[in-house]
Design a protein around this ligand. Structure first.
Ligand SMILES: Nc1nc2c(ncn2[C@@H]2O[C@H](COP(=O)(O)OP(=O)(O)OP(=O)(O)O)[C@@H](O)[C@H]2O)c(=O)[nH]1
Ligand SMILES: [Mg+2]
Length: 357
């Protein structure tokens, strides 16, 4: 893992929040970049590289909630983004769909990173139902573009957060929870790659699993040995934040962190049960680290990819996608205003941390 170059990019407000929080959790092993059209928001991002896209188009004032502006802003800054993403092995993009910047720019950046040769994973939240139809429409359209542009796409259903909380959470707290969901997923993906073990999963395995694999499901569970093996499997079967199942998955990666007392029999029970959840188990990749916990704990992460998805028109995710004008989604907004003045102090917002490679 040490030679694998990983960049995690947060796009738009929600994505930038995720980057800030990952950084504040001393998540320092990887390059981190916060990207936004809104320079004021970027000023609040701490100790990570920040990059203002589309300074000429937006003047640093944001996209006005218009994904078309977000997309054009990313295209305006494609050369600088290329320089930043060149040579990366894995690019994880994280964003909240429904606004202008993350929704419009994420497919463009995903497509670029893919063209530059990286494995590209996108983790994105859908808007809450209460945010209205327009945001939902923007989000749905972006999902299609992201599926074409990226290798693997994990879609978090923000409304799942509501169903998880019976108490009255403030709006701010709900968004914080959405941030945490994004962060947890990014942490899980990177830890599966980074942790070596008795049966090792390396980056080549993950790349093989996730290249051009479309919609992806992820879940995690931890039990102590007083609980039944079935419990861990049933927990892995669902993730309240993901509103699609992994039944149709063609590829499954199961990463287990346990203790030296973890047995072959337990491994067999877990793997067999997980296979029984699948329509057509074709490729199950298992990694085991039996020195992660001292004793009596079994922790498992499941990543299931190559799921059937509902957008019939996208037959070949990622495979044939090259970013051209024709592949763009069109967004309509009646009150669109495009500002064309340059942002004079733009330079100070392309600041990358020392050692960013
Ligand atoms: N996780 C998380 N999601 C948020 C937060 N704020 C808003 N969202 C969600 O993310 C979606 C996009 O919001 P933003 O990230 O603020 O939008 P943006 O990409 O910056 O786009 P513009 O501000 O319109 O240019 C919203 O519709 C919400 O569903 C937040 O603080 N955390
Ligand atoms: Mg914003």
């Amino acid at each position: 893992m040490s030679n694998i170059k990983v960049t995690i990019v947060g796009v738009g407000g929600a994505g930038c929040n995720t980057i800030s929080r990952l950084k504040s959790k001393k998540f320092t092993k990887y390059n981190m970049l916060a990207v936004n059209t809104d320079t004021q928001m970027l000023e609040t991002v701490k100790s990570s590289g920040v990059f203002a896209i589309g300074p000429i188009l937006t003047n640093g004032f944001g996209s006005g909630g218009n994904p078309r502006i977000g997309r054009e802003a990313a295209k305006e800054s494609l050369d600088q983004l290329s320089t930043i993403l060149e040579g990366q092995d894995l690019v994880i993009l994280t964003t909240g769909l429904g606004g202008g910047t993350g929704t419009g720019a994420t497919p463009v950046i995903a497509s670029l990173a893919k063209k530059l040769g990286a494995l590209v994973i996108v983790v994105a939240t859908q808007p809450f139902g209460f945010e209205g139809n327009l945001r939902k429409q923007y989000s749905d359209r972006a999902v299609k573009s992201i599926l074409r542009a990226s290798d693997s796409f994990i879609e978090i259903n923000n409304d799942g957060l509501l169903s998880m909380n019976n108490d009255d959470k403030s709006l701010d707290d709900s968004f914080k929870q959405a941030d945490i969901a994004l962060i947890n997923i990014v942490e899980e993906i990177t830890s599966v790659i980074a942790d070596s073990g008795l049966i090792n999963i390396d980056f080549a395995d993950v790349k093989n699993m996730l290249t051009k694999s479309g919609k992806t499901f992820i879940s995690k569970s931890k039990i102590d040995k007083n609980q039944k093996i079935d419990d861990i499997c049933l927990n892995l079967k669902r993730n309240l934040l993901i509103n699609y199942s992994f039944k149709s998955a063609k590829k499954v990666l199961l990463s287990i962190k346990s203790s030296p007392d973890f047995s072959l029999n337990e491994l067999n029970l877990i793997a067999t049960k997980i296979s029984s959840f699948l329509d057509q188990p074709q490729n199950i990749l298992i990694g085991v680290n039996n020195t992660y916990h001292k004793k009596n704990i079994i922790e498992a992460t499941l990543i299931a990819s190559d799921l059937k998805f509902t957008f019939n028109e996208i037959e070949t995710p990622a495979k044939s996608f090259i970013f051209t004008e024709n592949n763009d989604e069109t967004y309509h907004s009646k009150n669109e205003s495009v500002k064309m003045s340059p942002l004079l102090n733009f330079k100070k917002l392309i600041k990358l941390p020392i050692g960013f490679n």
